[in-house]
Each structure stands twice: as structure tokens, then as C-alpha cells.
Design a protein around this ligand. Structure first.
Ligand SMILES: [Zn+2]
Length: 71
């Protein structure tokens, strides 16, 4: 039994499953009704991708005071 079979099996016995509304524009994660997501210039992102994007942005802007000679 592969993963998809298991997923089908799970849905069959879980009628309360929230409807999937759309997918994260970056990783494709399913975003369900009532779930938080982040609308930004890159599209609609799940929490994980938004955190990652912020980390990337932070590291791009990061400077060390007193260590500016090389710029
Ligand atoms: Zn994502």
C-alpha cells in the first residue's frame, strides 16, 4: 500500500476533513479553510515558507557594525 492509498483510506474515515482551499505558492503545501497563511509579494505562502523568506531577507540585509570597510 503506497502513500496515496493511505491518504485515500484516511479521507474515507475522516469526513470532518476541512476542504483544501488553495496551495502555498512556494512549496505547494495545502492550505485549508481557517488556516493562517501569508499574503506577500511572492504570493500566498504557508507559515513555513514565510518564515524561510524572512530568514533569507534577514541574512541578505545583515551587516556587522565596524566591519564595513569591504563594502
Ligand atoms: Zn509553503
Amino acid at each position: 500500500m503506497d502513500y496515496l492509498d493511505l491518504e485515500e483510506e484516511r479521507l474515507k474515515y475522516d469526513p470532518q476533513e476541512e476542504e483544501e482551499l488553495f496551495n502555498c505558492d512556494k512549496c505547494g503545501a495545502e492550505i485549508y479553510e481557517g488556516q493562517e497563511y501569508y499574503e506577500c509579494e511572492m504570493g500566498d505562502l504557508c507559515e513555513k515558507c514565510f518564515d524561510k523568506m524572512q530568514e533569507d531577507e534577514k541574512s541578505e540585509c545583515e551587516r556587522i557594525a565596524g566591519d564595513e570597510d569591504e563594502y
